[in-house]
Design a binder for this molecule. Structure first.
Ligand SMILES: [Mn+2]
Length: 271
């Protein structure tokens, strides 16, 4: 049995299938972890969802910001413009209801004690222990069914898990838009090594404990992040003409497997 994690797929169904062939993935024996953002941006998002759902129990997916927006947007009588811009095709799908129900089952963090790995779409706060992070994720998952029960502080935690990139040591995250602009920082880029900013990649500010290992995605501009033994960012920008990356989690050498992808859309520095 092998366990693989794969980065953000964003509708790149052909490349996802090619990567599964490249690692000779066997659904009867192997397991697959997906970091979320299966949908939007790329050419075949519905195919990706349908393929992943057809694979059944051998696949574990955590919720990305694109799935989260779809979960809320699909439930609205008048869906928000930002949802429609990226995801209007979901409303037209013959299996829209099943897809919506399935998205609602996706956890915000997946942790496998035996394997010794955790997975989150974007980030963890430096203020959380791993166990606090699991607890926040569980509470939030229950609250997603009733969005009106989500308090501002819960919303902040939800944003960290699904959209976080840069933060201060005090756990203040930098969000795109005015918040980043007033500080003169590009929230999509990794700061230069010598940059005099309190905002760094979230994983730089965590005091990692022995045995903590986290897989994440969401950061195509940073590219592949390979920081053994604690953190591995697998969003290598496939939809932007980068690569789709798999990492084998149960092999102590943590080997990487990649396929090339055409440039379906341009990656711009302002997101
Ligand atoms: Mn994302």
């Amino acid at each position: 049995m092998a366990v693989y994690a794969i980065g953000d797929i964003h509708g790149c169904a052909r490349e996802f299938e090619a990567l599964l062939r490249h690692i000779a993935f066997n659904p009867q024996q192997d397991r697959l972890w997906l970091v979320g953002d299966l949908i939007n941006r790329g050419p075949f998002p519905l195919e990706v969802i349908r393929l992943v759902r057809s694979m059944g129990d051998c696949v574990t997916v955590v919720m990305g910001n694109h799935e989260l927006r779809a979960l809320f947007g699909m439930a609205e009588a008048t869906p928000p413009v930002n949802f429609l811009r990226h995801s209007a095709y979901l409303l037209e799908a013959s299996d829209a209801q099943e897809i919506h129900g399935w998205i609602g089952t996706l956890p915000l963090i997946h942790h496998d004690e035996t394997l010794g790995w955790s997975m989150v779409h974007a980030a963890l706060s430096p203020l959380w222990s791993m166990h606090q992070a699991y607890s926040h994720a569980r509470t939030l998952s229950h609250a997603l069914i009733r969005p009106d029960t989500i308090t501002p502080s819960m919303r902040y935690s939800l944003n960290i898990l699904t959209k976080g990139r840069l933060c201060s040591r005090q756990g203040e995250f930098l969000w795109p838009g005015n918040h980043a602009n007033v500080r003169g920082i590009n929230p999509y880029r990794l700061p230069e090594e010598d940059a005099s900013t309190p905002y760094h990649a979230w994983f730089e500010h965590r005091s990692w404990q022995a045995g903590e290992r986290v897989i994440f995605g969401h950061w195509a501009m940073a590219g592949l992040i390979y920081r053994p033994p604690h953190c591995f960012g697998l969003d290598s920008g496939c939809v932007y003409g980068g690569k789709l990356t798999a990492m084998r989690l149960d092999d102590p050498a943590w080997p990487l497997f990649q396929v090339d992808c055409p440039t379906y859309i341009q990656l711009s520095g302002d997101g």
